[in-house]
Design a binder for this molecule. Sequence first.
Ligand SMILES: *Cc1c(COP(=O)(O)O)cnc(C)c1O
Length: 366
Amino acid sequence: MGGSELKYIQDAFDTNWISQYGLNINEFENQLEKYLGNNSFVTALSSGTAAIHLALRMLNVQEDDFVICQSFTFVASVNPVLYQKAIPIFVDSETSTWNMCPNALEDAIKYCLQKGKKPKAIIVISLYGMPFMVDEILEISKKYEIPIIEDSAEALGSKYKNKLCGTFGDLSVISFNGNKIITTSGGGILISRNQSDKNRALYLATQAKENRDYYHHSEVGYNYRMSNISAGIGRGQLEVLENRIMKRRENHEFYQRVFQNYEEIELFEEPNDDFFSNYWLNTITIEGNNFNITKEKLKEKFSKNNIETRYLWKPMHLQPLYKDYKFFGADVCGTLFGSGLCLPSGTNLTDECKDRIVNVLIKIKK
Ligand SMILES: *Cc1c(COP(=O)(O)O)cnc(C)c1O
Protein backbone atom coordinates (compact mmCIF):
# COMPACT_ATOMS: atom_id res chain seq x y z
CA MET A 1 0.00 0.00 0.00
CA GLY A 2 1.07 3.56 -0.60
CA GLY A 3 0.02 5.32 2.61
CA SER A 4 -3.21 7.27 2.16
CA GLU A 5 -5.52 4.37 1.24
CA LEU A 6 -6.87 4.12 4.81
CA LYS A 7 -7.68 7.82 4.84
CA TYR A 8 -9.93 7.43 1.78
CA ILE A 9 -11.55 4.31 3.27
CA GLN A 10 -12.15 6.25 6.50
CA ASP A 11 -13.84 9.01 4.45
CA ALA A 12 -16.18 6.39 3.01
CA PHE A 13 -17.01 5.08 6.49
CA ASP A 14 -17.48 8.59 7.90
CA THR A 15 -19.93 9.53 5.17
CA ASN A 16 -21.55 6.06 5.19
CA TRP A 17 -20.99 5.64 1.43
CA ILE A 18 -19.68 2.08 1.65
CA SER A 19 -21.42 0.56 -1.34
CA GLN A 20 -21.38 1.30 -5.05
CA TYR A 21 -21.82 5.07 -4.90
CA GLY A 22 -19.69 7.79 -3.38
CA LEU A 23 -16.88 10.27 -3.67
CA ASN A 24 -14.10 7.70 -3.97
CA ILE A 25 -15.64 6.11 -7.07
CA ASN A 26 -16.21 9.47 -8.73
CA GLU A 27 -12.74 10.74 -7.89
CA PHE A 28 -11.03 7.50 -8.89
CA GLU A 29 -12.74 7.65 -12.28
CA ASN A 30 -12.03 11.37 -12.74
CA GLN A 31 -8.36 10.99 -11.90
CA LEU A 32 -7.94 8.07 -14.25
CA GLU A 33 -9.68 10.00 -17.04
CA LYS A 34 -7.25 12.86 -16.51
CA TYR A 35 -4.26 10.53 -16.32
CA LEU A 36 -5.14 8.56 -19.46
CA GLY A 37 -6.19 11.62 -21.47
CA ASN A 38 -6.99 11.15 -25.14
CA ASN A 39 -10.77 11.16 -24.76
CA SER A 40 -10.97 8.46 -22.12
CA PHE A 41 -14.24 7.76 -20.29
CA VAL A 42 -13.68 5.49 -17.31
CA THR A 43 -16.17 3.13 -15.63
CA ALA A 44 -14.94 1.54 -12.38
CA LEU A 45 -15.88 -2.14 -12.09
CA SER A 46 -15.45 -5.12 -9.80
CA SER A 47 -12.70 -6.72 -11.92
CA GLY A 48 -10.82 -6.64 -15.19
CA THR A 49 -12.66 -9.77 -16.22
CA ALA A 50 -15.98 -7.99 -15.68
CA ALA A 51 -14.68 -5.14 -17.86
CA ILE A 52 -13.84 -7.54 -20.71
CA HIS A 53 -17.24 -9.17 -20.40
CA LEU A 54 -18.99 -5.78 -20.51
CA ALA A 55 -16.92 -4.79 -23.55
CA LEU A 56 -18.14 -7.90 -25.39
CA ARG A 57 -21.74 -7.15 -24.42
CA MET A 58 -21.39 -3.57 -25.60
CA LEU A 59 -20.10 -4.80 -28.97
CA ASN A 60 -23.15 -7.04 -29.14
CA VAL A 61 -21.17 -10.30 -29.14
CA GLN A 62 -23.68 -13.16 -29.13
CA GLU A 63 -23.93 -16.91 -29.44
CA ASP A 64 -21.76 -18.35 -32.27
CA ASP A 65 -20.13 -15.02 -33.11
CA PHE A 66 -16.39 -15.07 -33.81
CA VAL A 67 -14.10 -13.13 -31.49
CA ILE A 68 -10.41 -13.00 -32.33
CA CYS A 69 -8.19 -13.47 -29.29
CA GLN A 70 -4.49 -13.37 -28.57
CA SER A 71 -3.55 -16.89 -27.48
CA PHE A 72 -0.65 -15.79 -25.27
CA THR A 73 -2.42 -14.39 -22.21
CA PHE A 74 -4.03 -15.13 -18.88
CA VAL A 75 -7.28 -17.07 -19.20
CA ALA A 76 -9.35 -14.09 -17.96
CA SER A 77 -8.86 -12.38 -21.34
CA VAL A 78 -10.84 -15.10 -23.11
CA ASN A 79 -13.31 -16.64 -20.65
CA PRO A 80 -15.84 -13.82 -21.17
CA VAL A 81 -16.06 -14.90 -24.84
CA LEU A 82 -17.45 -18.20 -23.57
CA TYR A 83 -19.76 -16.40 -21.12
CA GLN A 84 -21.36 -14.96 -24.27
CA LYS A 85 -21.38 -18.42 -25.93
CA ALA A 86 -19.28 -16.92 -28.73
CA ILE A 87 -16.37 -18.64 -30.50
CA PRO A 88 -12.78 -17.59 -29.78
CA ILE A 89 -10.37 -17.70 -32.73
CA PHE A 90 -6.80 -17.71 -31.46
CA VAL A 91 -3.91 -15.75 -32.92
CA ASP A 92 -0.19 -16.27 -32.30
CA SER A 93 2.33 -13.74 -30.99
CA GLU A 94 5.20 -12.06 -32.82
CA THR A 95 8.68 -12.15 -31.30
CA SER A 96 9.28 -8.44 -30.68
CA THR A 97 6.47 -7.60 -28.20
CA TRP A 98 5.16 -11.15 -27.58
CA ASN A 99 1.70 -9.83 -28.44
CA MET A 100 -0.68 -10.35 -31.35
CA CYS A 101 1.07 -11.04 -34.67
CA PRO A 102 -0.43 -8.79 -37.40
CA ASN A 103 0.07 -11.38 -40.14
CA ALA A 104 -1.56 -14.18 -38.18
CA LEU A 105 -4.37 -11.78 -37.28
CA GLU A 106 -5.08 -11.15 -40.94
CA ASP A 107 -5.08 -14.89 -41.66
CA ALA A 108 -7.60 -15.38 -38.86
CA ILE A 109 -9.85 -12.60 -40.16
CA LYS A 110 -9.77 -14.07 -43.67
CA TYR A 111 -10.74 -17.47 -42.29
CA CYS A 112 -13.74 -15.96 -40.51
CA LEU A 113 -14.78 -14.05 -43.63
CA GLN A 114 -14.59 -17.26 -45.66
CA LYS A 115 -16.91 -18.83 -43.12
CA GLY A 116 -19.27 -15.97 -43.87
CA LYS A 117 -19.01 -14.24 -40.50
CA LYS A 118 -17.02 -11.13 -39.79
CA PRO A 119 -15.47 -11.30 -36.30
CA LYS A 120 -17.30 -9.07 -33.82
CA ALA A 121 -14.13 -7.99 -31.98
CA ILE A 122 -10.37 -8.41 -31.66
CA ILE A 123 -9.06 -8.82 -28.10
CA VAL A 124 -5.43 -7.75 -28.07
CA ILE A 125 -3.19 -7.79 -24.98
CA SER A 126 -0.24 -5.74 -23.69
CA LEU A 127 1.31 -8.73 -21.97
CA TYR A 128 3.68 -8.24 -19.04
CA GLY A 129 3.22 -4.49 -19.54
CA MET A 130 4.64 -4.44 -23.08
CA PRO A 131 2.43 -2.56 -25.57
CA PHE A 132 1.40 -4.58 -28.62
CA MET A 133 2.29 -3.46 -32.18
CA VAL A 134 -0.29 -0.73 -31.97
CA ASP A 135 -0.01 0.90 -35.42
CA GLU A 136 -0.07 -2.40 -37.29
CA ILE A 137 -2.96 -3.91 -35.32
CA LEU A 138 -5.08 -0.74 -35.43
CA GLU A 139 -4.57 -0.51 -39.19
CA ILE A 140 -5.94 -4.03 -39.66
CA SER A 141 -8.85 -3.23 -37.34
CA LYS A 142 -9.64 -0.21 -39.48
CA LYS A 143 -9.18 -2.00 -42.80
CA TYR A 144 -11.69 -4.74 -41.89
CA GLU A 145 -13.82 -2.50 -39.63
CA ILE A 146 -13.57 -4.78 -36.62
CA PRO A 147 -13.47 -3.09 -33.20
CA ILE A 148 -10.56 -3.57 -30.80
CA ILE A 149 -10.93 -4.57 -27.17
CA GLU A 150 -7.60 -3.60 -25.66
CA ASP A 151 -6.77 -5.79 -22.67
CA SER A 152 -4.11 -3.69 -20.97
CA ALA A 153 -4.88 -5.29 -17.60
CA GLU A 154 -1.13 -5.53 -16.89
CA ALA A 155 -0.04 -2.34 -18.64
CA LEU A 156 -1.16 0.71 -16.64
CA GLY A 157 1.48 3.38 -17.29
CA SER A 158 2.97 1.70 -20.36
CA LYS A 159 3.12 3.76 -23.55
CA TYR A 160 3.40 3.39 -27.28
CA LYS A 161 4.69 6.46 -29.15
CA ASN A 162 4.07 8.43 -25.96
CA LYS A 163 0.39 7.45 -25.71
CA LEU A 164 -0.74 5.46 -22.68
CA CYS A 165 -2.00 1.91 -22.85
CA GLY A 166 -5.72 1.92 -22.21
CA THR A 167 -6.29 4.54 -24.90
CA PHE A 168 -5.88 2.39 -28.03
CA GLY A 169 -8.99 0.23 -28.08
CA ASP A 170 -12.52 1.09 -29.08
CA LEU A 171 -12.96 -0.24 -25.58
CA SER A 172 -10.00 -0.78 -23.26
CA VAL A 173 -9.50 -2.60 -19.98
CA ILE A 174 -7.16 -2.17 -17.02
CA SER A 175 -7.13 -4.42 -13.95
CA PHE A 176 -6.51 -3.47 -10.33
CA ASN A 177 -6.32 -7.02 -9.05
CA GLY A 178 -3.91 -7.65 -6.17
CA ASN A 179 -1.12 -8.82 -8.47
CA LYS A 180 -1.15 -5.79 -10.80
CA ILE A 181 1.10 -2.72 -10.69
CA ILE A 182 -1.38 -0.91 -8.44
CA THR A 183 -4.44 -2.46 -6.85
CA THR A 184 -7.89 -1.74 -5.43
CA SER A 185 -7.76 -5.17 -3.70
CA GLY A 186 -9.88 -6.37 -6.61
CA GLY A 187 -11.22 -4.27 -9.44
CA GLY A 188 -10.89 -3.02 -12.96
CA ILE A 189 -11.95 -0.29 -15.32
CA LEU A 190 -13.57 -0.18 -18.71
CA ILE A 191 -12.37 2.74 -20.81
CA SER A 192 -14.59 3.96 -23.60
CA ARG A 193 -14.12 6.74 -26.11
CA ASN A 194 -17.34 8.68 -25.55
CA GLN A 195 -19.88 9.50 -22.86
CA SER A 196 -22.70 7.45 -24.34
CA ASP A 197 -20.60 4.25 -24.22
CA LYS A 198 -19.76 5.05 -20.62
CA ASN A 199 -23.46 5.47 -19.85
CA ARG A 200 -24.18 2.13 -21.46
CA ALA A 201 -21.39 0.47 -19.42
CA LEU A 202 -22.76 1.97 -16.19
CA TYR A 203 -26.25 0.80 -17.03
CA LEU A 204 -25.19 -2.79 -17.82
CA ALA A 205 -22.94 -2.89 -14.73
CA THR A 206 -25.86 -1.99 -12.44
CA GLN A 207 -28.40 -4.64 -13.45
CA ALA A 208 -29.61 -2.73 -16.53
CA LYS A 209 -32.10 -0.86 -14.40
CA GLU A 210 -33.94 1.71 -16.46
CA ASN A 211 -34.46 5.25 -15.31
CA ARG A 212 -37.99 5.08 -13.90
CA ASP A 213 -39.43 5.47 -10.42
CA TYR A 214 -39.98 1.70 -10.17
CA TYR A 215 -37.72 -1.27 -11.03
CA HIS A 216 -37.97 -1.76 -14.76
CA HIS A 217 -35.74 -4.00 -16.90
CA SER A 218 -35.74 -4.77 -20.62
CA GLU A 219 -32.43 -6.61 -20.92
CA VAL A 220 -30.05 -8.63 -18.79
CA GLY A 221 -27.48 -6.75 -16.74
CA TYR A 222 -24.81 -7.46 -14.15
CA ASN A 223 -23.71 -6.49 -10.68
CA TYR A 224 -20.25 -5.35 -11.84
CA ARG A 225 -19.75 -1.95 -10.22
CA MET A 226 -16.69 -1.22 -8.06
CA SER A 227 -17.36 -0.47 -4.39
CA ASN A 228 -16.59 2.92 -2.89
CA ILE A 229 -14.23 1.18 -0.43
CA SER A 230 -12.16 -0.39 -3.21
CA ALA A 231 -12.12 2.91 -5.07
CA GLY A 232 -10.71 4.52 -1.90
CA ILE A 233 -7.80 2.08 -2.02
CA GLY A 234 -7.44 2.96 -5.69
CA ARG A 235 -7.23 6.70 -4.95
CA GLY A 236 -4.42 6.08 -2.50
CA GLN A 237 -2.65 3.82 -4.98
CA LEU A 238 -2.84 6.37 -7.80
CA GLU A 239 -0.67 8.66 -5.65
CA VAL A 240 2.18 6.13 -5.83
CA LEU A 241 1.70 4.96 -9.42
CA GLU A 242 4.64 6.90 -10.90
CA ASN A 243 6.87 5.66 -8.11
CA ARG A 244 5.79 2.06 -8.74
CA ILE A 245 6.52 2.31 -12.45
CA MET A 246 9.94 3.79 -11.68
CA LYS A 247 10.71 0.95 -9.27
CA ARG A 248 9.69 -1.70 -11.78
CA ARG A 249 11.82 -0.09 -14.44
CA GLU A 250 14.75 -0.02 -12.01
CA ASN A 251 14.26 -3.75 -11.51
CA HIS A 252 14.49 -4.10 -15.25
CA GLU A 253 17.77 -2.16 -15.34
CA PHE A 254 19.10 -4.48 -12.66
CA TYR A 255 18.27 -7.51 -14.82
CA GLN A 256 19.81 -5.79 -17.86
CA ARG A 257 23.11 -5.50 -16.00
CA VAL A 258 22.92 -9.10 -14.76
CA PHE A 259 22.09 -10.73 -18.10
CA GLN A 260 24.67 -8.80 -20.13
CA ASN A 261 27.02 -11.67 -19.34
CA TYR A 262 24.67 -14.49 -20.33
CA GLU A 263 24.56 -15.33 -23.99
CA GLU A 264 22.03 -18.11 -23.53
CA ILE A 265 19.54 -16.12 -21.52
CA GLU A 266 17.64 -13.35 -23.21
CA LEU A 267 15.90 -10.68 -21.18
CA PHE A 268 12.60 -9.56 -22.72
CA GLU A 269 12.98 -5.87 -23.64
CA GLU A 270 11.33 -2.96 -25.40
CA PRO A 271 11.95 -3.54 -29.14
CA ASN A 272 12.69 0.16 -29.80
CA ASP A 273 12.04 3.69 -28.54
CA ASP A 274 8.38 3.64 -29.61
CA PHE A 275 7.73 1.27 -26.71
CA PHE A 276 7.71 2.17 -23.01
CA SER A 277 6.92 -0.76 -20.72
CA ASN A 278 5.94 -0.53 -17.07
CA TYR A 279 7.89 -3.82 -16.76
CA TRP A 280 5.14 -5.24 -14.60
CA LEU A 281 7.08 -8.48 -14.77
CA ASN A 282 10.61 -9.13 -15.96
CA THR A 283 10.78 -12.22 -18.09
CA ILE A 284 13.55 -14.20 -19.75
CA THR A 285 13.82 -16.91 -22.35
CA ILE A 286 16.58 -19.51 -22.40
CA GLU A 287 17.91 -19.54 -25.93
CA GLY A 288 20.87 -21.86 -26.14
CA ASN A 289 21.83 -24.65 -23.89
CA ASN A 290 25.55 -24.30 -23.33
CA PHE A 291 25.17 -24.73 -19.61
CA ASN A 292 22.48 -27.27 -20.10
CA ILE A 293 19.80 -25.33 -18.30
CA THR A 294 16.08 -25.53 -18.85
CA LYS A 295 13.34 -23.34 -17.45
CA GLU A 296 12.41 -26.15 -15.07
CA LYS A 297 15.97 -26.50 -13.75
CA LEU A 298 16.41 -22.77 -13.39
CA LYS A 299 13.11 -22.49 -11.54
CA GLU A 300 14.21 -25.28 -9.21
CA LYS A 301 17.55 -23.61 -8.49
CA PHE A 302 15.80 -20.38 -7.58
CA SER A 303 13.26 -22.26 -5.52
CA LYS A 304 15.97 -24.04 -3.49
CA ASN A 305 17.18 -20.58 -2.51
CA ASN A 306 13.66 -19.58 -1.51
CA ILE A 307 13.20 -17.33 -4.56
CA GLU A 308 9.90 -17.60 -6.38
CA THR A 309 9.83 -17.58 -10.18
CA ARG A 310 6.91 -18.50 -12.41
CA TYR A 311 6.44 -19.93 -15.87
CA LEU A 312 5.08 -17.65 -18.59
CA TRP A 313 1.34 -17.72 -19.30
CA LYS A 314 0.48 -20.99 -20.97
CA PRO A 315 -1.10 -20.07 -24.33
CA MET A 316 -4.84 -20.57 -24.61
CA HIS A 317 -4.65 -22.82 -27.70
CA LEU A 318 -2.65 -25.28 -25.55
CA GLN A 319 -5.19 -25.31 -22.73
CA PRO A 320 -7.61 -28.26 -22.43
CA LEU A 321 -10.43 -25.71 -22.14
CA TYR A 322 -9.62 -24.14 -25.53
CA LYS A 323 -7.86 -26.88 -27.50
CA ASP A 324 -10.74 -27.41 -29.93
CA TYR A 325 -10.76 -23.83 -31.21
CA LYS A 326 -8.88 -22.57 -34.28
CA PHE A 327 -5.37 -21.20 -33.92
CA PHE A 328 -3.49 -19.12 -36.49
CA GLY A 329 0.29 -18.81 -36.43
CA ALA A 330 3.51 -20.76 -36.14
CA ASP A 331 3.32 -21.36 -32.38
CA VAL A 332 5.70 -18.55 -31.44
CA CYS A 333 3.86 -18.27 -28.12
CA GLY A 334 4.12 -22.02 -27.49
CA THR A 335 7.89 -21.73 -27.99
CA LEU A 336 8.04 -18.79 -25.59
CA PHE A 337 6.09 -20.79 -23.03
CA GLY A 338 8.54 -23.66 -23.52
CA SER A 339 11.62 -21.59 -22.75
CA GLY A 340 10.53 -18.68 -20.56
CA LEU A 341 10.42 -17.69 -16.94
CA CYS A 342 9.06 -14.71 -14.95
CA LEU A 343 11.57 -13.34 -12.45
CA PRO A 344 10.98 -11.56 -9.13
CA SER A 345 9.77 -8.09 -10.14
CA GLY A 346 7.98 -6.57 -7.16
CA THR A 347 8.41 -2.94 -6.25
CA ASN A 348 9.71 -4.08 -2.85
CA LEU A 349 12.73 -5.95 -4.26
CA THR A 350 15.63 -4.95 -1.99
CA ASP A 351 19.36 -4.93 -2.73
CA GLU A 352 19.63 -7.98 -0.51
CA CYS A 353 17.02 -9.78 -2.68
CA LYS A 354 18.92 -8.77 -5.79
CA ASP A 355 22.18 -10.16 -4.38
CA ARG A 356 20.49 -13.50 -3.71
CA ILE A 357 19.18 -13.60 -7.29
CA VAL A 358 22.65 -12.85 -8.69
CA ASN A 359 24.17 -15.56 -6.51
CA VAL A 360 21.90 -18.23 -7.99
CA LEU A 361 22.73 -17.08 -11.50
CA ILE A 362 26.49 -17.05 -10.89
CA LYS A 363 26.31 -20.68 -9.85
CA ILE A 364 24.60 -21.90 -13.02
CA LYS A 365 27.56 -20.64 -15.07
CA LYS A 366 30.02 -22.83 -13.21
C1 LIG B 1 -5.27 -9.84 -14.49
C2 LIG B 1 -5.65 -9.96 -15.91
C3 LIG B 1 -6.98 -9.94 -16.32
C4 LIG B 1 -8.14 -10.00 -15.38
O1 LIG B 1 -8.22 -9.00 -14.46
P1 LIG B 1 -8.99 -9.29 -13.06
O2 LIG B 1 -9.09 -7.92 -12.48
O3 LIG B 1 -8.09 -10.20 -12.29
O4 LIG B 1 -10.29 -9.89 -13.37
C5 LIG B 1 -7.25 -9.96 -17.67
N1 LIG B 1 -6.27 -10.01 -18.58
C6 LIG B 1 -4.97 -10.06 -18.23
C7 LIG B 1 -3.93 -10.09 -19.30
C8 LIG B 1 -4.61 -10.07 -16.87
O5 LIG B 1 -3.32 -10.15 -16.53
